[in-house]
Design a protein. Structure first.
Length: 182
């Protein structure tokens, strides 16, 4: 029996928080903006933290590269929530496409082909790609030209406008074509 080698786990990336709050701010003097977007001017860090605590809020470093760093008096939990909400919206806006597969054979009946063409139409209408495979078994492999014609005939019967992403190419079991919505 073969022994498995020990592989140490890769260290996970630890993301540092994008904002520094209250005592984490390294500067001595900061430019302070309050919760109403009013510029309170440049002041000592301890005075700015006291001002934020009086209002029961946090002092959050917004722009650390400025001289002096710009800090905002705000609720840090609310800022984190808004950032995560924006991130979720960005991820939801990304178009997610999947490739759906349909298999046919040279011997597939006319009604079954019509049904599978409707399925491909639905895939394309939903914005998914479709991979159409024609399977060849046994002696069918000797008639590859008929299989290619059947596959092209199948794609001509699809009513939804599409573009061919991968042209007809041989696969281990027959031929396949990949199409995507226009």
């Amino acid at each position: 029996m073969r022994r498995r080698r020990f592989r140490p786990k890769k260290p996970q990336r630890v993301e540092k928080p994008p904002y520094k709050i209250n005592e984490q701010i390294p500067a001595d003097r900061v430019l302070v903006i309050d919760e109403n977007n009013t510029n309170l001017g440049e002041m000592d860090l301890t005075r700015a933290i006291e001002l934020a605590r009086e209002r029961e809020l946090d002092l959050v470093e917004v722009f650390p590269k400025a001289q002096p760093p710009v800090c905002r008096i705000a609720d840090f939990g609310k800022i984190q929530y808004q950032k995560s909400k924006e991130e979720r919206q960005r991820n939801a806006a990304k178009k997610k496409t999947t490739t759906k597969g349909i298999r046919i054979s040279v011997r597939t009946g006319i009604n079954d082909i019509a049904f599978k063409q409707k399925q491909v139409d639905n895939f394309l209408l939903k914005g998914n790609k479709a991979r159409i495979e024609i399977m060849l078994r046994g002696r069918e492999r000797a008639h590859k030209d008929i299989a290619r014609e059947t596959l092209l005939k199948f794609t001509k019967g699809i009513t939804t406008p599409f573009k061919v992403e991968e042209d007809v190419k041989p696969s281990p079991r027959g031929f396949q074509i990949t199409i995507a919505p226009e």
